[in-house]
Design a binder for this molecule. Structure first.
Ligand code: URP
Ligand code: ZN
Ligand code: ZN
Length: 496
């Protein structure tokens, strides 16, 4: 019997890494990539990639799954359904959130959450949300989390039950610096949004579109500027989450140009959707309520430009599992809403009580591939950096995720660059009853997804099982090699 060197060989594709593109084969053994080259010997299993593009599996560093709000509401996406959707869309690992309920320790918030996460079909990790930075949390719980590989914190500058004030933000940044944790920030000005909400409601303006009116770009610009200034003060690397507009991106670019360690993330919704999607009959605009809000048509192109100049170097989904049917009943927003839940005459909630966030874990990469690669805005290495490699560095997974080099986890997507699809919710694997991209045409689609060295999705059929994913304990962030364009004046030696 012939001894096979590989469990699986991905044969003859156009292989794209974060740096280059070449034709070749990938040899996999024991769940890891062990060889890259031409004419590799036969594996026990072979997957042909001829005529296809081969990339590292996507890493989605920002998604909300099964989060249990302090108000009793729950993100309806389970780990089993969300991870099936992720894999079907070419994402082979993700980072979601351990909640902290105000007035509770980290340990006492959302009991059982980590056990539920173990149902994931693909690899996963957590950011820890900090809403109540008590001395116990700062001095004992955060260091303990970091020691077991939860090395990033998320803080909110808005949302009623979640937000931190500036003094609390500084405390969290300082603790993160001490323990080499990364900090991600939701940057919008809480007081300004509250003032606008009150004025709109008083004027009887309650439609989903008014969600965007309640939080215009200046609200995001102010908080982004403030967050960066405080991070600069503490000398702590941060990433501004879900940048929606040029105004906020410009703050990041200016800070990076003078050497501040700040990175920017955006999401497909800010690259493709607009105020148009917040309107429509039968409350349909509620399907596109997210924060920061969608901007006017034409602003998408400015966000693309900030991808091209390297200011925004991660594209995540910010997947949120609130169904349309649930949002209509306004049962609670899981904290992701502002102000009291005002009901309108027809029983639907006013804009401020619609749970914030859109589902997108499955559509993230097909939309990015189609709008980016197929439309010629970005090349394949840039796609790899945006979809996995940059996040892997920032979140302590470099070398393991976002890479096709020997030693990396065998997480691979084989893309059919010619496949043309129209996104329909009925075809998606998530548990949510809508997609804001319904009817959106894409060119380029995952043909086969391989996770941990096994075929996880083939031809749209998810083969990976609940529990196949593993928890990813992460290392320190990698700011010695900043992702994207190296800003002028960046001093790598003093980073961290
Ligand atoms: O609207 C959004 N983005 N909802 C999810 C929670 C968050 O702010 O990340
Ligand atoms: Zn956020
Ligand atoms: Zn989010």
């Amino acid at each position: 019997m012939v001894e096979r060197a590989f469990d699986l060989v991905v044969r003859g594709g156009l292989v794209a890494t974060a740096a280059e593109v070449f034709e070749g084969d990938i040899g996999i053994l024991g769940g890891r990539i062990v060889a890259l080259g031409r004419g590799l010997s036969a594996g026990r299993e072979e997957v042909s990639a001829r005529g296809m593009i081969v990339t590292p599996g996507g890493l989605d560093p920002h998604c909300h799954l099964e989060e249990l709000g302090q108000d009793g509401s729950v993100h309806e996406e389970s780990f089993a359904s969300g991870s099936a959707a992720a894999l079907a869309g070419g994402t082979t690992s993700f980072i979601c959130f351990l909640p902290q309920w105000k007035g509770h320790s980290l340990a006492a918030s959302a009991p059982g959450y980590e056990a539920r996460a173990a149902r994931s079909r693909c690899d996963y990790s957590f950011h820890q949300i900090i809403t109540d930075p008590t001395p116990e949390v700062l001095e004992r719980e955060i260091p303990a989390l970091i020691a077991r590989g939860v090395r990033s914190l998320k803080v909110f500058l808005t949302y009623d039950p979640l937000r931190l004030d500036d003094a609390q933000l500084i405390q969290v940044l300082a603790v993160a610096r001490r323990h080499q944790a990364f900090v991600t920030i939701h940057a919008e000005n809480y007081e300004a949004i509250g003032w606008r909400i009150d004025a709109l409601l008083k004027a009887g303006l309650t439609d989903p579109l008014q969600h965007a009116w309640s939080r215009p770009p200046v609200v995001e610009r102010e908080a982004t500027h403030r967050a960066i200034a405080l991070a600069e003060l503490v000398d702590q690397p941060v990433q501004i989450f879900h940048v929606s507009c040029e105004e906020a991106a410009e703050e990041i670019a200016r800070a990076r140009a003078r050497g501040v360690k700040v990175w920017g993330e955006t999401c497909p919704q800010y690259l493709t959707l607009s105020h148009d999607d917040l309107q429509g009959p039968d409350f349909a605009g509620a399907k596109a309520v997210c924060s920061p809000a969608l901007r006017e048509k034409g602003e998408n192109e400015k966000v693309w430009r900030r991808i091209l100049d390297g200011t925004l170097d991660v594209v995540s989904s910010d997947h949120c599992g609130f169904s349309f049917a649930t949002a209509k009943r306004a049962p609670g927003s899981g904290g992701y809403g502002m102000g009291s839940a005002n009901l309108r005459a027809d029983g639907t909630p006013a804009f401020n009580a619609i749970p914030n966030g859109v589902p997108g874990i499955e559509t993230r990469l097909p939309v990015l591939f189609s709008e980016g690669v197929s439309k010629g805005r970005i090349d394949l290495p840039h796609f790899v950096r945006l979809s996995s490699a940059n996040a892997a560095r920032l979140f302590g997974l470099a070398g393991r995720k976002g890479s096709l080099m020997p030693g990396a986890d065998a997480d691979i997507v084989i893309w059919d660059p010619d496949a043309e699809r129209t996104i329909r919710n009925a075809d998606l694997h998530h548990a949510i009853d809508y997609t804001p991209w319904e009817g959106f045409a894409v060119k380029g689609f995952p043909h086969v997804t391989i996770a941990g060295g096994k075929v996880a999705v083939r031809g749209g059929e998810v083969l990976a099982q609940p529990g196949d994913g593993r928890f990813l304990a992460r290392g320190a962030y990698d700011t010695a090699k900043p992702s994207g364009r190296v800003p002028d004046g960046f001093d790598a030696a003093s980073a961290g």
